[in-house]
Design a protein. Sequence first.
Length: 333
Amino acid sequence: MLPRLLAALRSQRFGVLAGFAAAFFLALGTVVMDLAPEAYAGLSLDDMRPFFREPRLVHFWFYGLALAVALWGASALVCTWDSVRTRLRHRVRRVSAYGAPLFHVAFVLALFAHLHNGLGESTAARVVGSDWTAIGDARYRLADLTVTTSPSGMPRDIRAHLERDRAGQVDTVDVAYNAPLVADVGAHALLLGRPIERPLAVLRVVGERRRLAIGDRVGAFVLTRVLQSRSLRAPMAELQFDGEPSPRWLPLTPGAGPSELVAFVGIDRERAVLLTERVNPAAPLVVVVALVAALATVLVVWEHLWRARRRARRAAVSGETPAPAVEDAIALG
């Protein structure tokens, strides 16, 4: 059973059919997603997790695509091993003769990179203002914002100047449109969304004035909401204290006395920027794939030049073009 399976995977026809099947299911998926967009709401970029977290009949094309790509990758691996083994059996020592198998290796690595990113990538919106905001392994705050406008008044370029604190080392970095902040060979990236103005609740906590955005923590409580409505006599701040099942509501009281431990005394606004944090765990592997593919290209070109030069020498000696040698056939894969 196993020898028959390996023989099928080693067959060139099998690899071609698997490739065509993958292309067919991919095209079919484009049509299905266009006809049933509600089934794919919230799907972003390479994320494959929704297909496995909530299996549905409408995703049949994806499961067919996954099977076709898996068989295609398995065929490429078996063919690569068979090709390298054949070259070693014929004692081919030229490095350039291994360019074609190296292409197969790059292809399989690219498939694995897609899988790794599809199961591990994430995207999250982050708001960065004048206070420190933790993103990844660093903290950021907005130092300045530069907006360049065109003659029509439309923004032409927006550049956010951020202060970054990493393990106590503070430096300044810029994020702009088409100029994200990239780290770890692209595994982590911050993309600029848009400048915003966000409301801040001004609280007096034990006599100290603090400006808090939604989600900020002070001591034992977190600011969860600020409500402003015509139906309310005054704006309200919602605080969630640790260990308390229900939140506390504080009305806006600018003249609150010093006896109040926590008082909602005002509303302020500040400039901030909306950033998108993207985690691409397969980005370093993509760089490796590019380097392997580039090396394979150089080796294949080198091999073709070597074979052409050798045939030219043979033709010059014999006066006719000889048939390709066994070693040439091996080099072609």
